[in-house]
Design a protein around this ligand. Structure first.
Ligand code: HEC
Ligand code: HEC
Length: 397
């Protein structure tokens, strides 16, 4: 059990955060229960008709104004202990909101144990982060990087929060952005209410990051990608069992009301105990539940834009898509040197769908071409999702 101080402070907000080290703090995600699709809102999701709209929490419905305020805050380095870290530091638009490093460093120099995730269709997941079954709401998730202390990312705490809020209040543009986003409030930029509003707006921005406009979506993928698609969906390779549906992840919200248990899988990246075991704290779902059989189980991430999000897997320990595929083809990963020497192929808790297969170099190239056909170039260049401060070096307007 770790330090709960940060968590106590967080409860001053209407949102209660469940952090991964609180094993007793498991709660069902409300997205799981309301998985029949969305309530319609005024927000323009800009997704194709066949994609169900995601759930919007009753206490934070989407609005264009909150999304726009959230965009400014997402990219604002004032929201950190050293004035240098924003969400955008670890989530770069040109990399589908991942960051290109194995494990990122937070505002105090602490290295995160896990790889920065891409932020792609986050609203459609039924649980968030690499392996936390207790984290269902984006509002909860946003509080972890802002206020969490294991690891420290933005480093906001009860001692510096007033100074940091003051630096936000001093930016003239925020007065109108907050007023437009929270028109029902007299003073949306004051005190704890301001922090609540900051969390809700950033969550709205993240919720609005929808990506469904790849060549695959437009049915414009190449012949090689189509051959790769057939391999992906074959019983030989098994990929589709876990990366299925319109978001290429079985942790997607519309999978049916009966499926209340979120899905997690051990893909044999490491073994489960002894030499070569999943290195602490990256034991996956087990880190939260402490159930032995959950060792090494992770959420199947969406494969949309995966071409842009190297290095791969929960700890960034796999360099390329070819390496990811090689691990699957071997039925797990054998590590022959370094601190984690061991044989993930032997893991007794490996998912039944992780079985070795033969794949020729041509087939492997086709499979990679298929994964590349899931890249949405509009998503990574859309000004709607871009840094509003980038063209203003003073960062004070
Ligand atoms: C220091 C780097 C860093 C910063 C800063 C950071 N993140 Fe992240 N983000 C990560 C890492 C690492 C993960 C994976 C966390 C895990 O699995 O425990 C992640 C995961 C996420 C997820 C979950 C995505 C999914 O598919 O489930 C969301 C949402 C997210 N971050 C949003 C944000 C927002 C919003 C901010 C700013 C308030 C932010 N992040 C700041 C590194 C960072
Ligand atoms: C048993 C379920 C399962 C099967 C089958 C499966 N995957 Fe995965 N996949 C996962 C999980 C879980 C992860 C994350 C594992 C981790 O990081 O420890 C993952 C990660 C990945 C990643 C890395 C994504 C990232 O953002 O880092 C890629 C690429 C990938 N899988 C492609 C495939 C392909 C291609 C196949 C078929 C050869 C396949 N997967 C089969 C569950 C599965």
């Amino acid at each position: 059990m770790g330090n709960l101080t940060g968590c106590r402070w967080l409860t001053v907000f209407s949102l209660v955060v469940c952090v991964s080290w609180m094993s007793g703090c498991i709660e069902q995600s409300d997205t799981l229960i309301d998985d029949q699709g969305a309530r319609l809102s005024a927000f323009n999701w800009n997704v194709p008709d066949h994609i169900p709209l995601p759930h919007e929490p009753a206490d934070n419905p989407m609005s264009e104004e909150k999304f726009e305020l959230g965009r400014h805050l997402f990219y604002d380095t004032r929201l950190s202990v050293n004035g240098r870290v924003s969400c955008g530091s670890c989530h770069h638009q040109d990399k589908a909101f991942s960051d290109g490093v194995a494990r990122p460093v937070g505002a105090t120099g602490e290295r995160h144990p896990r790889n920065s995730q891409a932020l792609v269709n986050v609203a459609w997941y039924n649980n968030l982060t690499w392996a936390n079954p207790a984290l269902g709401r984006i509002e909860q998730q946003v509080m972890l990087p802002l206020f969490g202390d294991a690891p420290i990312e933005h480093g906001i705490n009860e001692f510096n929060k007033d100074t940091i809020l003051d630096s936000i209040q001093r930016v003239p543009r925020y007065a109108s952005l907050f007023a437009a986003a929270f028109p029902e409030q007299a003073e949306p930029l004051q005190g704890d209410l301001a922090w609540d509003n900051i969390v809700k707006s950033i969550a709205s921005f993240v919720r609005g990051l929808a990506s469904f406009n790849s060549p695959f979506d437009r049915n414009e993928h190449s012949a090689a990608a189509r051959r790769g698609e057939a391999l992906f969906n074959s019983e030989r390779l098994e990929c589709f069992h876990c990366h299925d549906g319109y978001n290429f992840s079985n942790a997607t919200i519309d999978r049916g009301i009966t499926q209340l248990e979120p899905l997690f899988h051990n893909t044999g990246l490491y073994n489960v105990d002894g030499l070569g075991a999943y290195p602490y704290p990256n034991t996956g779902r087990h880190e939260v539940t402490e159930v032995a059989s959950h060792m090494g189980q992770f959420r199947a991430p969406s494969l949309r834009n995966v071409e842009l999000t190297a290095p791969y897997n929960h700890d960034g320990s796999v360099a390329t898509l070819d390496d990811v595929i090689a691990n699957y083809a071997a039925g797990g990963r054998l590590i022959t040197q370094g601190p984690h020497v061991g044989d993930g192929r032997m893991s007794p808790l490996k998912d039944g769908f992780i079985v070795s297969f033969d794949i020729s170099p041509d087939e492997q190239a086709d499979l990679v071409a298929f994964l590349q056909s899931l890249t949405d170039h509009e998503f990574i260049s859309n000004p709607r999702f871009s840094d509003p401060w980038a063209s203003e070096p003073e960062n004070t307007l």
